[in-house]
Design a protein around this ligand. Sequence first.
Ligand SMILES: Cc1cc2nc3c(=O)[nH]c(=O)nc-3n(C[C@H](O)[C@H](O)[C@H](O)COP(=O)(O)OP(=O)(O)OC[C@H]3O[C@@H](n4cnc5c(N)ncnc54)[C@H](O)[C@@H]3O)c2cc1C
Length: 384
Amino acid sequence: MSGTILRFELCELPVEARALREEVRAFLRAELGADPAQRSRYSWFGFDPGFSRKVGARGWIGMTWPREYGGGERSALERWVVQEEMLAACAPVLSHWVADRQYGPLLLRFGSEAQRRSFLPRMARGEVCFAIGMSEPDAGSDLASVRTRANRVAGGYELHGTKVWTSGAHIADFVMTLARTDTTLEGKHAGLSQLIVDLRAPGVSVRPIPDISGVQHFNEVHFDGCFVPEQNLVGREGDGWKQVTSELAYERSGPDRYLSATRLLQEFVRHTGSEPAEHTAATIGRLVARKSVLRNLSLSVASMLQDGRDPALEAALVKDVGTHYEQSISERVHETLGIEPRAGTGSELERAQAWTLSNAPSFTIRGGAREVIRGIIARGLGLR
Ligand SMILES: Cc1cc2nc3c(=O)[nH]c(=O)nc-3n(C[C@H](O)[C@H](O)[C@H](O)COP(=O)(O)OP(=O)(O)OC[C@H]3O[C@@H](n4cnc5c(N)ncnc54)[C@H](O)[C@@H]3O)c2cc1C
């Protein structure tokens, strides 16, 4: 074994982050308290551009980005607190989530000055929604096998291919597309590039894929000769693989990787009341204790990002343990209370159980399937 050590460190939230938490809670109470749709939100998939604009106006998108690009120059730990509160409240964050989590940071690191000036301030105001264009029908876990082609033409590229499982493509403005710009090079990791594609451009079509609960969340996106101007190439042509792997560290470590079933846990605690049976109290205690460990791990990754370190290995570990945890909540609820899932007319708990059960299988697939994540962890630890 090569001796790689996981660098998790216990991390204290700074005083200013505690004050911020109260501010975010008050905002969420005011914004969501009277919203009837909020009762049927069980996770962070809610899409509400108006809400995102209000979050942007408070300075809570792009919090760590430089002010000159519309950011707040605040710490990654303060940003983490805002994320945690939004997720705990099941706030409708989808419109700004992906841009805030990974594409703002990607443009800051690899984008051109023109891209930063054009996109970052709009992202920070919550005005622009991005989708992730990585997976393809024959390239999911084996992402480097993408076949979408971006052929050089005068002034840019012509795009041909299909992306699949593209969350929110039906409501987003742009999709960050991983495509092959050179097919002559040796090795599947070479010749890939990232392009910002306007989802309303001619030659782009979006076909919905309803999920098991009947909700339209993800889509197939077809590129049929769509033109992408060369100024929409992110970073250097051919550097797509390096860029996309660095982006995944941002995608994998946040509280969204263990708080997807938070509404169910809240309803579980509410249902059992203040004098739960001993075995119920023990189950709740175990769930809360595990959450507390995950919280500290995720916070530690945020602090590594804050210090400019690359936490790809630690982020993969948080995703693996975190998604396993969020999947287990519905099993524990069922074992403990015998509550069956009942969508529509069920109690709050039964409806939360129905939503969680039908979505839980996806927790360990999205953002990288479990087996693949474990392979990354094993490699990072020098075990393979
Ligand atoms: C809710 C949800 C939202 C998503 N949103 C997006 C999105 O917005 N944008 C996007 O680009 N993608 C998105 N995805 C796609 C997701 O990233 C892929 O589904 C995932 O990477 C797995 O790819 P696949 O579906 O092709 O499965 P496969 O790669 O075919 O894998 C099938 C099974 O084989 C296993 N397997 C594959 N390779 C190996 C290996 N080398 N070793 C061991 N086991 C292996 C996998 O772990 C898995 O269990 C989303 C998926 C879900 C469920």
